[in-house]
Design a protein around this ligand. Structure first.
Ligand SMILES: [Zn+2]
Length: 263
């Protein structure tokens, strides 16, 4: 549902403001300890494009437009090309449900300020204090999209049997054909892995072996590689090889103009 709610808002913003749908990106973050999902709209432009601020300023207009779009002219069941389906959200089509989003707007459509977001690049601080403005997941996701790999699914739960139950790769791409079951991308060196104990490393290794046995392709990217263009080109070449043609993957590997992203 969370994705439907924010997607409706994004489509409305694209209609009202001077923006393309991909100028604002969506990231859904589930929680391990509860069933709710946080959906985040973020601005991938370095320094910010001001679009989010405009959306907040014109919230009532944005909300009204979202409600108008989702009150589908074809009166579809969940979502259709007349309301929510767009090639930019292709990976999420099966999750989109305009009715749920409309119910959410009716109930909780008012904008609340939960927490102020600190400026990405504090002016008063040392300019060279290498301070990542965006969480690494956002940077990776942004690069994946810019490389032309499409919107990955974040934190997709994959059942892997006992003793683990399931695993949540940071990003997932469904398989384009019968070659494999899909590509699981793990960004290593984040919260859960931060302690880096031998136990958790062993656990990760076993889970990834299980995924490989099940037919998934597993790509683990160390967080430290995010700043290294050559290493990222290598990882992206590998991901692309699993999803696209050899020609396209060579292009992604050899012309890493997608490198960088939000920073
Ligand atoms: Zn529709």
């Amino acid at each position: 549902m969370a994705y439907s709610v924010v997607e409706g808002i994004r489509l409305a913003a694209a209609q009202i403001l001077e923006m393309e749908i991909e100028d604002i990106q969506i990231l859904c973050i589930p929680h391990l300890d509860r069933d709710t999902v946080d959906a985040v709209l973020y601005d991938p432009m370095p320094g910010g494009s001001g679009l989010l601020e405009q959306m907040v300023e014109r919230w009532s207009e944005v909300l009204a437009a979202a409600q108008a779009i989702l009150t589908c002219v074809s009166a579809c069941q969940t979502a259709c090309l007349d309301c929510m389906l767009h090639f930019r959200n292709a990976h999420f089509h099966r999750h989109l449900d305009r009715q749920k989003a409309l119910a959410f707007y009716a109930e909780r459509g008012a904008l609340e300020t939960a927490q102020p977001i600190p400026p990405a690049q504090p002016i008063s601080q040392k300019a060279d204090a290498a301070q990542p403005a965006h969480p690494p997941e956002f940077r990776l996701r942004d690069m994946l999209v810019r490389a032309g790999l499409g919107d990955p699914e974040a934190q997709k739960a994959i059942p892997i049997g006992q003793p683990w139950g399931r695993t949540l790769p940071d990003f997932f791409y469904p398989a384009p054909d019968e070659r494999h079951e899909g590509v699981c991308i793990y960004l290593d060196g984040l919260s859960a892995h931060i302690h880096g104990s031998a136990d958790s490393q062993e656990r990760d290794t076993q889970i990834r072996e299980r995924l490989a046995e099940m037919g998934y392709e597993v790509i683990a990217i160390p967080k430290t590689a995010l700043d290294d263009r050559d290493r990222m080109a290598g990882y992206f070449g590998r991901i692309a090889r699993k999803l696209l043609t050899k020609e396209e993957s060579d292009r992604i590997k050899n012309n890493p103009d997608w490198f960088g992203g939000v920073s």
